[in-house]
Ligand binder design. Structure first.
Ligand code: ATP
Ligand code: MG
Length: 728
């Protein structure tokens, strides 16, 4: 029971309370995730079969870390049998054994967002609608939102409010597209990400034997980040937990940041009504952050109405004050951050991996990338284009997908004439057309190509392709994913073609394919950690299933000594010694799209709260006077959230940089600066460090700012933030 040592009293209670519904509501850094992990270890240490524990996390990475942690606590590898992962990956695993009940092949393909949008576009075109008006992206988002609210095509069409909304946006036919899209995916033997939830729900709802099977299987259910479960996830959990009711959810209403995806904090409030005898445990001691950081976080979130009251305190030291840094431009902001990282590494012996740069939108990463690169500081960006989204990788994987599921029209279209084999666009369009007319799959058209009057040359090419796929399929029984992938590379001219392309891009693409093959090999060589049945094998199907659900965050080495850059959304649950929250400007953070109602603004504030509470030791909040957005130079007021930060906890600095435009108000002309006497602080900074170098009005934003000495900010000892007396 060594694992219980070091837990505080409410944490211990939460771990030891194993039977019956339990909800832990607690602020950031109070050990919610730690409690979940320890609880699982505790259950296993007390003889609970690991196959019977279901734990749902927000990212695959979190799941992996939990599994490792549990193995460490227990000193054995039993944790490999846990059903632990994201909702999507756990449900995909279950559906791979159950999809036949719903009429899908068990080897169904999972469509990522690109595939899904491509199908949406195909369907829009086939319905003779204008894809400039019915933008595939917009339509896909509507469909996705509907699925996450468990609204199927028929319900969508009959829902008065949804229909009103579509009428208002002048897109009354989305219901029709939705229906056609679903049918097309079904015909392709494919599910999109949202289908993994929707179909899991249908499985439990429509097939009582499946419901009973999984209800009795999962004796213990644990859910992290419960505040962000959406209606589909919520309903599924409710069904699964109904028999044993050993369900433990942990969450923080102040960190609910996905209401745009259909998650609402109602879940937390509803939990107590859903079960009798719910135990509620609050955790109030924060172990992550300094007092100053915590105080600022508490103050900020205190501006939201209708929160569950919490009093978060810490025994940690007061720490440094929060640095509030203004720069002239977004490039100066990038430069300031890189300088500060360099300086902290030298002065305080931090490593690269102790730093995280957070921003509201992915587009903001550019300025940081440039300056980090110039300074030679290694970094990785989360949320960029993921390895598996690269064209050559998608093309290669499309071959593998067709072998496993030839009904997958999206994959088939990618490879039918790549590398070029003489099946031209007209022939492909005809294949799709025939398939639609005859209500068969495109693959079936190819198999029966003779019947459809193709020219001799085209016919031969099609028959060769069919033959190649079939012969590869026949290997599947005896060969693992790597052997098949390797075989495909040899059979098609794919790898050879890339190899012959000696341009820089060609070489990079070739290397990527090598990397893909290596990663498959590595996957083959990692011991199985699944129970038999379901996807516990090293088949090609099992491989494809798991990679589609990998986010790029999962593919990056968590221990690499590099600075991390990501959006605030992606940072949920993580912690870093030093955090920069950048771009704190009106219309950026809070987002200009989210300032029209109190609800939206409060969500942005919760997002800001999440950002602040990632920091353990040091926190910088930065904003720029001007920045390029969507190709235009814009001038922003500082974020309203900065006004909510109590003055005694911050140090203000102007980190200079050259103005893009001398008339743009250099020297703190903004209302915010005037309000807080920031002009003085800025002026002082100028005095100390000299005025910023004047630059020509039209200096493009991508040019480097003139080198400047790193700023050294003086600190005064801070007031202590005394633990609240509610903590007893
Ligand atoms: P978030 O809301 O951001 O997800 P959380 O509530 O899940 O945070 P954890 O990530 O579990 O918090 O814990 C935050 C940090 O505090 C971790 O580094 C964890 O190891 C540490 N911690 C939690 N409880 C204790 C404890 N009793 N003693 C020492 N350290 C602890
Ligand atoms: Mg957590």
């Amino acid at each position: 029971m060594e694992y219980l040592n070091g837990l505080n009293e409410p944490q211990r209670q939460a771990v030891l309370h194993t039977e019956g519904p339990l909800m832990i509501v607690a602020g950031a850094g109070s050990g919610k995730t730690k409690v979940l992990t320890t609880r699982i270890a505790h259950l296993m240490a007390n003889g609970v079969d690991s196959f019977r524990i279901l734990a749902l996390t927000f990212t695959n990475k979190a799941a992996k870390e939990m599994r490792e942690r549990i193995e460490h606590i227990l000193g054995n590898s039993e944790a490999r049998n846990l059903y632990i992962g994201t909702f999507h990956s756990v449900f995909a695993r279950i559906l791979h054994g159950e999809a036949h009940r719903l009429g899908y092949p068990n080897s169904f393909t999972i469509y990522d967002t690109d595939d899904a949008k491509s199908v949406v576009k195909t369907v829009i075109n086939e319905l003779n609608l204008d894809d400039k008006h019915y933008k595939p992206n917009t339509v896909y988002n509507r469909i996705s939102a509907a699925k996450n609210a468990l609204v199927g095509p028929a319900d969508y069409k009959n829902d008065y409010y949804i229909q009103q909304e579509d009428m208002r946006s002048n897109r009354p036919l989305i219901a029709q597209i939705y229906d056609a899209y679903n049918k097309r995916c079904f015909k392709n033997g494919a599910m999109d990400f949202d289908d993994l939830l929707f179909n899991m729900y249908r499985l439990l709802k429509e097939f009582p034997e499946a419901l009973i099977k999984y209800q009795s299987k999962f004796r213990y259910i644990l859910i992290d980040e419960y505040q962000d479960t959406n209606p589909a996830q919520y309903e599924i959990i409710k069904l699964l937990a109904a028999q044993h009711e050993n369900i433990c959810v942990v969450g923080d209403d102040a960190q609910s940041i996905y209401s745009f995806r259909g998650a609402t904090i109602q879940n937390i409030l509803q939990f107590q009504k859903d079960y009798d005898d719910v135990s509620v445990i609050m955790l109030e001691q924060n172990y992550r952050s300094t007092q100053n950081i915590l105080k600022v976080a508490n103050e900020v979130i205190g501006n939201n109405k209708g929160q569950i009251p919490k009093a978060l305190w810490t025994e940690n030291t007061a720490g440094e004050k929060i640095k509030l840094v203004r720069t002239m431009t977004d490039n100066d902001e990038g430069k300031f951050v890189s300088d500060a990282i360099q300086e902290q590494k030298l002065r305080n012996h931090f490593l690269n991996k102790d730093f995280c740069i957070l921003y509201r939108t992915n587009a903001q990463s550019r300025a940081f990338e440039e300056s980090l690169r110039r300074m030679g500081i290694p970094y990785i960006i989360y949320g960029g284009i993921s390895f598996y989204q690269r064209k050559e990788i998608k093309d290669y994987i499309a071959y593998l997908r067709v072998v496993v599921n030839p009904q997958d029209e999206e994959a088939l279209k990618r490879i039918i004439n790549y590398p070029v084999r003489g099946i031209g666009k007209t022939s492909i369009d005809r294949a799709v057309l025939y398939a639609n007319e005859q209500n068969i799959s495109m693959w079936q058209v190819l198999e029966r190509a003779k019947e459809f009057g193709y020219k001799a040359g085209t016919l031969e090419a099609i028959e060769n392709l069919v033959l190649m796929i079939r012969s590869t399929q026949s290997m599947m029984a005896k060969h693992n994913a790597y052997e098949i992938a390797f075989h495909i590379g040899k059979q098609t001219n794919f790898v050879k073609e890339l190899f012959n392309d000696k341009s820089a891009e060609g070489v990079a693409r070739y290397e990527n394919i090598q990397e893909l093959l290596n990663s498959i090999k590595e996957w083959i060589e990692t011991p199985l950690n699944e129970e038999d049945g379901e996807v516990g094998d090293k088949s090609l199907g099992a491989y494809l299933q798991q990679i589609t659900l990998l986010t790029d965050a999962d593919q990056k080495d968590p221990n690499a000594d590099v600075v991390r850059l990501m959006t605030v959304h992606a940072a949920k649950g993580l912690e870093f010694q030093c955090v920069f929250v950048a771009g704190l400007e009106e219309t950026l953070f809070p987002s200009g799209l989210s300032i029209n109602s109190r609800e939206e603004l409060e969500e942005e504030r919760r997002l800001f709260y999440v950002a602040i509470t990632r920091a353990k030791q040091r926190l910088w909040l930065t904003y720029a006077n001007t920045r390029y957005r969507f190709g235009n130079l814009v001038q922003n007021e500082p974020s309203r959230f900065l006004e909510e930060i109590p003055e005694p906890f911050v140090d203000r600095t102007f980190a200079g940089g050259g103005p893009r435009n001398q008339t743009s108000g250099f020297g703190g002309s903004s209302a915010f600066d005037r309000m807080h006497g920031g002009f003085g602080a800025a002026a002082q900074a100028e005095k100390t460090y000299g005025p910023p170098p004047a630059r020509k009005k039209e200096t493009p934003s991508y040019l480097p700012a003139k080198p400047q000495a790193p700023k050294v900010v003086e600190h005064t000892p801070s007031e202590n933030f005394v633990p609240s007396d509610t903590a007893n």
